[in-house]
Ligand binder design. Sequence first.
Ligand code: SAM
Length: 235
Amino acid sequence: MNELAKIREAEKQSHIEIYSSAELFKEGSWLQKPVKTVTDIIPLLSDKNNLRVLDLGCGIGRNCIPIAKSFKDTDCRIDCVDILDFAIEKLYENAKFHSVENYINGIISPIENFEISQNTYDLIIAVSALEHIDSKNSFIDKLTEIDNGLEQNGIVCLIINSNVCEKEKDTGTPISPQFEVNLPTEELLTVLRCIFKDYQIIKETTVKQQYDIPRGNIISALSTDVVTFVAKKSI
Ligand SMILES: C[S@@+](CC[C@H](N)C(=O)[O-])C[C@H]1O[C@@H](n2cnc3c(N)ncnc32)[C@H](O)[C@@H]1O
């Protein structure tokens, strides 16, 4: 198995495990509430009818379901892309439970293969997802597609891990990070500022995080810079 296939298989197994054991919006995991940066955007779109949203690497609906609930009376549509069929199945179950299944369009696809239609979306979000695109070139191409896919006044909301380091917790032995694209933070910021150069920046933060994460039968001590970038297409 090559390095990409190994990362993908490990990613798939760990998400299946999390999505099988943790319930959406229940205490006890990172799925217990939507990301605040995303919910903070909702009031900025309150004048929209027929809101079109794209959620790349949507998982089981942590962010898109609250958006659908906020805009269902205005006939919104949210295209939700995830590589995992199991995630999309759970997404529909959760959307049904929250009575928003008619506004959700689940798409099983790697983000790199999903072609974003031009001038289509009012909001494009990708939370902890674009770093799993298969290469740096596809990552940069996808950011350009996101720019082209947004309508005037559309908003892009990206949360991306950068500068990720992993080591075995017990021994300190370095482990290859389980992220397909792992840019140095400054490089990531330069790319974002360049591609979205004409945008009005709403939020740009870099927060250092450290946590332990299971990797097969070992525990990895992971450190990352979490880059949050929210901007409005204003020209
Ligand atoms: C850390 S989870 C985040 C899920 C969701 N964005 C959230 O905030 O709850 C990453 C998600 O991206 C999906 N994913 C990973 N690589 C992907 C790829 N290349 N294309 C599409 N989805 C991918 C995983 O299956 C997983 O559901």
